[in-house]
Design a protein around this ligand. Structure first.
Ligand code: M6R
Length: 618
């Protein structure tokens, strides 16, 4: 959701902070703000804007330099979008400043208590209680002759906060100190040559350093320009380990594409190669998933797999369900993580929870894992962001290795997740009776997939753009698919909704006769996913049913299928592959269709309204 940055050191904190914040704008972009120590005036200055990070440089004096700064890009939860509600928030005297990602659940009680003690609040946010609470604690500590330090007060304040937070905190009286704290919201420390940079995710800091220290829930880091101390939830100083991030800064840039979404779609062939690389032994029909080695025996004996995820990752999980049941013969249930964690799932011996997440920071998915772990259930993950919360909290897992995904609309993560689920089906299937021939067949076809995706990108893009223009006036779309491509219909509809703001429904083709076909008329087109697979005849029947109600049809068909060229109004062709892998190919035209539909409507493609890249609050 929100993005936070803090810097302390010998570098220019304002410039470094704003540079990192720019790269976090995808996390939240309704307002942005900065607070920094102005040594000449011996005060903390703050600036806020509703116009984005670029505008912050304008509202502060760009020549201002500072040894310490905190910055924030907001996705509103408590309080509307306004400069007053934008972070950072200060205490009564503008000395203690806080930028926050998460939700302070007990802010109302704290606000009441602090107000009664004379504190004045200016915003509607939950966050504003934090600087006032610290101020109150320091005041009390001084009055009692106790420890007046910022770190001491913050530790005490954290003990009173309920909820989720990533926090960066600075104080006019202690400009040599920056404090960072995390609880259920992502936050990491970057170690640069000139000092420390704190940020919500690694992509923000890559230009400045690839050396990171991950913070755990309950951690509080006390940073000076030259050193750091990290205290755990029990207030004990703990040892930290520095990790190296392998992503290059260029991977987080647009590289000549007009939008990250288009760049990331065109990266899919390489992303798929990276997701598969070194993980297949085609001649033996095996998948090698090193990240699962420690739990291999438990997976061999698993009796049921429970997949939990949100949004696009959930749709990938639905495809995984079909793959694992058909190829590995293991029962699978797939749940939206936000439902799973609250529906009191009944676990059985032999259950394995599989969490799927690009960011690894989705609060509901992390919450679902915690629910399962509390009951002693083995949790494994398919995650892209290395070192993220879900990656660290699962017992074992497989990284997607697709580089950073910046566009809010998830594209390359989806195809990589489906590819990894196919690997997982072979991995677990071969332990449980899948034949060598079947293992070989899946492995061989999976290896060809990156080239087939590249082929679609080489041959279909201009046509998809034209078709998006042709249907520009349509206000509703139905996306229809069956079996493996039912989830692709759901995903195609989600992409169109979130990027083009066009109403779209993904429906199982078998269900339309039970109600939804009533909506079809000449103004309500259907996108029908009908590759040559085991349900092809049924999908051809669906196309006929829609056309018989004057509905226009855009079909996704297998190359060479002339019958569908006749039957549908427009066709996007994909190459032939194994049925279980068709979702990886069929989704590509739908991602491009949504992209061009959004561009034609003049929307901010990479940052759709009301959305954020990582949903780090429930
Ligand atoms: O980072 P995650 O994969 O856990 O994110 C899950 C969803 O929030 C995400 O896929 C969302 O639905 C995207 N906006 C879809 O494009």
């Amino acid at each position: 959701m929100c993005g936070i940055v803090g810097y302390i050191g010998k570098g220019d904190a304002v410039a470094i902070g704003l540079d990192c914040l720019k790269r976090l704008e995808y996390r939240g972009y309704d307002s942005a703000g900065i607070a920094f120590f102005d040594a000449e005036e011996n005060r903390v200055r703050s600036a806020k804007t509703l116009k984005g990070v670029a505008d912050l440089g304008r509202v502060i004096d760009e020549k201002k330099t500072s040894p310490v700064a905190i910055c924030h890009t907001r996705w509103a939860t408590h309080g509307g979008v306004s400069e007053i509600n934008a972070h950072p928030h200060g205490d009564c005297h503008g000395e203690i400043w806080v930028a926050h990602n998460g939700i302070i659940e007990n802010y109302k009680e704290l606000k009441k208590w602090l107000t009664a003690r004379g504190h004045t609040f200016v915003s509607e946010t939950d966050t504003e209680v934090v600087p006032h609470l610290i101020e109150e604690i320091i005041k009390g500590n001084k009055a009692r002759g106790g420890n007046p330090s910022l770190a001491h007060a913050v530790r005490e304040a954290l003990g009173q906060l309920k909820g989720a937070y990533g926090l960066v905190i600075m104080d006019k009286t202690h400009p040599e100190t920056l404090i960072a704290a995390r609880n259920f919201s992502p936050l990491l420390l970057g170690v640069t040559d000139s000092g420390y940079v704190v940020a919500s995710d690694a992509t923000a800091i890559l230009k400045h350093t690839n050396r990171v220290i991950y913070l755990d829930d309950g951690d509080m880091a006390v940073l000076t320009g030259t050193g750091h101390e990290v205290y755990d939830v029990g207030k004990n100083l703990r040892e930290t380990t520095e990790h190296t991030i392998e992503w290059s800064p260029e991977e987080a840039e647009k590289g000549g594409y007009p939008h990250f979404m288009l760049k990331e779609i065109f990266e899919e062939p390489d992303a798929l190669k990276n997701a598969i690389r070194g993980r297949l032994v085609p001649q033996e029909g095996l998948a090698k998933l090193g990240g699962l080695a420690d739990v291999e025996e438990r997976l061999r004996n698993a009796k049921r797999i429970l997949i939990v995820a949100c949004g696009t990752a959930y749709y990938a999980g639905k495809i995984g369900e079909y793959m694992l049941e058909e190829y590995a013969g293991i029962p699978v249930e797939v749940d939206v993580a936000s439902e799973f964690r609250y529906r009191k799932p009944v676990f059985q011996e032999g259950d394995v929870v599989l969490a799927i997440s690009q960011s690894g920071e989705t609060a509901d998915t992390a919450g679902a894992i915690r629910e399962a772990k509390e009951k002693g259930v083995l949790c494994v993950g398919i995650v892209n962001a290395v070192g993220s919360t879900i990656a660290r909290e699962t017992d074992a897992g497989v990284y997607a290795h697709i580089g950073p995904e910046i566009s809010v609309a998830s594209t390359k993560a989806f195809t990589a997740q489906v590819a990894i689920l196919a690997l997982f089906a072979v991995y677990i299937g071969r332990m449980r009776g899948m034949s060598l021939a079947t293992g070989k067949r899946v492995a061989e076809e999976l290896q060809k997939i990156p080239e087939l995706v590249a082929h679609i990108l080489e041959t279909q893009v201009e046509h998809i753009k034209e078709v998006a223009e042709k249907y520009r006036e349509a206000k509703n779309f139905m996306f229809l698919g069956r079996k493996y491509n039912y989830a692709v219909a759901l995903e195609g509809a989600l992409k169109l909704k979130e990027t083009a703001y066009v109403h779209a429904e993904g429906i199982s083709a078998g269900e339309i006769k039970h109600g939804p076909i009533a909506m079809i008329d000449k103004d309500f087109p259907a996108v029908v996913i009908a590759p040559k697979d085991s349900v092809y005849e049924k999908m051809a029947g669906t196309i006929a049913e829609v056309r018989a109600r004057e509905g226009r049809v855009i079909a996704i068909a297998t190359e060479g299928d002339e019958a569908l060229r006749e039957a549908a109004d427009d066709v996007f062709y994909i190459p032939k592959t194994l049925e279980m892998l068709t979702p990886i190919l069929a989704v590509i035209p739908l991602q491009l269709f949504a992209y061009y539909a959004a561009v034609l409507r003049g929307h901010n493609v990479d940052r759709p309204r009301n959305l954020a890249k990582s949903v780090t609050v429930e």
